[in-house]
Design a protein around this ligand. Structure first.
Ligand code: EPZ
Length: 426
């Protein structure tokens, strides 16, 4: 296994280009199963998770070829409807093939994803929604065996919590159902909007994009897609926070500032100066002087879009360990998303966890010291990178396969910003 070595204490400066969104690429790749023919997806990030999804599609008889950030997927020869445990257990988003397989083949056998570091991650909303569309779902041996005779029937579906992949799975299932389906309390994340645009471009009739109520009028046929993946808002936020944490200044390009309403306000609340254009965000230190003053401690509470994203909770916590004063971080989405706290404490961070709240006692800009730490999940590992970049001395992060799931070209992008970072064998 590889580890990441960081010689911290260097201000990050310059420009970083954002890749396509992992959490849009995964549902959009799955959606190519809906229609035979050659689909073209642009701005697709090359990540461990996108490679896993393409391997899953290959298992189903679907071929794909990548040319730079353009992916061509031909799903004409889709032959089987099984997503095996050894693939699904590595990536929960594999469950996104359930809806399209049922719509295309009328059957699907998908392994239950099982839990992960951040929580139990159930898929009961996905199953209940499919059953409301007329699908029979048998859960046995750790698999979902789902079948439907003929077309699904439109119905009204209500989510207790606005599940992102739950909304995406049921959108893909319902686009060719007979009649109309309404999803209430639907997720409003931009990645859901990206999927709605792709499906409507294929001939679907979906109304209510970006709202919590999606209306899907079933259609008979869909054509292959030709569309682009939106920029990764979580990668965007991660680099903004990394630049800020090192006392540097920089520009994030090829991003979409309108997808980060709450993060940008929270960064401004710390005293950072944030400027936006159509596709760039510039971050500068509070007082603009060479020696940056400490940031102000700022509270965050995660909530569904457009609230503060849970996927940027760990990164912001790392930033707050360097601020002056106390910050409270409330995690309301997942039951176990503080795995990064113990590792940040090894770097000298002062954090106390009480249930779903972590209280951070900031220790100003030079309060962290390099140490050996361990990545536990994708976003926790990016918070350790941020802390390591800001800490004085050397930080070694093990199990960095977590990072490679969601950050394309991380070492190259950080190096281009001036970071001293490289990989070594464990
Ligand atoms: C998506 O996961 C993202 N993954 C996650 O990003 C993100 O953290 C999460 O949404 C919340 O924004 C992808 O898009 C591939 P949920 P998802 O269903 O859809 C409960 C990352 O780091 N729930 O919105 O799996 C669930 O337990 C990943 O990129 C049920 O109870 O999350 C949670 O408390 C991590 N039953 C809440 O809803 C269900 O059937 C929100 O989960 C489904 C969800």
């Amino acid at each position: 296994m590889e580890k990441l070595i960081i010689e911290g204490g260097v201000k990050l400066e310059g420009e970083v280009r954002i890749s396509g969104a992992k959490n849009a690429a995964l549902p959009l790749i799955a959606a190519t199963l809906l229609a035979p023919g050659e689909h073209v997806l642009k701005n697709v990030p090359d990540l461990r998770d996108t490679r896993t999804m393409l391997k899953l599609l290959e298992n189903l008889g679907v071929r794909s070829e990548r040319n730079g950030d353009v992916l061509k997927i031909d799903s004409t020869d889709l032959e089987s409807g099984e997503a095996p445990y050894d693939l699904v257990k590595t990536m929960r988003a594999s469950v996104l093939v359930l809806g399209p397989l049922l719509a295309r083949l009328g059957r699907a056998r998908v392994s239950l994803p099982g839990g992960c570091a951040i929580g139990a991650r159930p898929i009961n909303y996905h199953i209940n929604g499919l059953e409301l569309l007329g699908v029979t779902c048998d859960l046995e041996g750790g698999y979902v065996d789902a079948t439907i005779d003929g077309r699904m029937k439109g119905n009204t579906i209500y989510f207790d919590l606005p599940s992102v992949t739950g909304t995406e799975n049921l959108l893909m299932a319902a686009v060719q159902a007979e009649g109309t389906t309404v999803i209430k309390n639907a997720a409003r994340e931009p990645e859901v909007g990206n999927l709605v645009d792709m499906l409507n471009g294929m001939g679907a009739r979906i109304e209510g994009r970006d709202t919590d109520r999606l209306t899907i009028h079933g259609v008979e046929n869909l054509n292959p897609a030709n569309c682009a993946i939106i920029p990764d808002r979580i990668e965007t936020g991660t680099y903004l926070i990394a630049i800020a944490a090192t006392g540097g200044e920089g520009v994030v390009t090829h991003c979409n500032p309108s997808h980060l309403p709450s993060l940008l306000e929270k960064l401004r609340a710390t005293g950072l100066r944030i400027e936006e254009t159509e596709s760039t965000i510039t971050v500068r230190q509070p007082n603009g002087s060479a020696t940056p003053g400490p940031l102000k401690g700022t509270d965050i509470t995660t909530s569904p879009y457009p609230g503060y994203p849970t996927d940027l909770q760990a990164q912001f916590m790392a930033l707050m360990t360097l601020a002056s004063g106390i910050s409270a971080v409330h995690e309301t989405i997942f039951e176990n998303r503080f795995m990064h706290v113990a590792e940040l404490q090894r770097l000298g961070a002062k954090i106390k966890v009480d249930g779903h709240t972590a209280v951070v006692d900031g220790c100003s800009m030079n309060g962290l010291n390099g140490a050996r730490v361990m990545a536990t999940d994708l976003r926790a590992s990016s918070s350790l990178v941020i802390a390591g970049l800001a800490a004085s001395g050397r930080t070694e992060i093990s199990r960095i396969y977590h990072l490679e799931r969601g950050y394309e070209g991380l070492v190259d992008k950080l190096t281009a910003l001036g970071a001293r970072v490289w990989k070594e064998q464990e």
